[in-house]
Design a protein around this ligand. Sequence first.
Ligand SMILES: C[S@@+](CC[C@H](N)C(=O)[O-])C[C@H]1O[C@@H](n2cnc3c(N)ncnc32)[C@H](O)[C@@H]1O
Length: 240
Amino acid sequence: MTDNPVSINRAGRPLLPMRGIVPGVPAYLEDVYSWAYLNPRNLALLDRPWVVSAILWGNYGKLLRATLAEVRPGDRVLQPACVYGDFSPRLAAHVGPTGSLHVADVAPLQVVNCRRKLKPFPNARACVSDATDLSGDYDSVCCFFLLHELPDAYKRKVIDALLGCVAPGGRVIFVDYHRPHVVHPLKPAMSLVFETLEPFAKALWTREICDFAGEPERFSWSKQTFFAGMYQKTVARRRP
Ligand SMILES: C[S@@+](CC[C@H](N)C(=O)[O-])C[C@H]1O[C@@H](n2cnc3c(N)ncnc32)[C@H](O)[C@@H]1O
């Protein structure tokens, strides 16, 4: 992991030039998501709890609570990608002073922004790292809406890296999209969004997350769906 310096303004917001000059940022991120994650102006617009809630059709609170329900106060927690809104501060508050939160993200701009949000939490830190390069011995890993943004080959690498980051008894919590019920009224709208903006997301409509794991048998897997199947929480618990 590296601490990549980024210029910041007086309000602590990052000022970073974009596209083509951010070392280590994978091609899919620059090609598909640079507008969302590598552009400082858009970051300031998007990094608001109500925006996250609107993108998730009002389900953010429910999905956050479902994630926190898997994490115990005092846990050592890894969050392998930044999330807009208050996800990381809520997680840091939940694990409390006896626990710790380590956030990693491949985009330095996102890391600087996350550090700003985590300032009140001495138990939390954020670093620049690709999720495929993470290692460690965490109690919980919270992977919140990262997988759907990754090409399938990358999904496999990230899932295996995250599964490798938990000790026996530990868990990886994947919260992400899932195939909605066949008559879900929002299914056509989501299908259009994925076809135009999120080309790697529909794989989660046809495949289970455990299907991407190299050694799924080393974990016990459970899945809960939300909002008539639109979202899932899949938890992989490492067998002792
Ligand atoms: C968690 S995902 C999507 C979160 C959700 N859409 C939200 O509300 O923010 C977005 C983050 O993933 C990061 N990211 C994408 N690919 C990554 C990778 N291979 N390793 C680490 N971070 C990655 C992006 O830089 C971005 O900050």
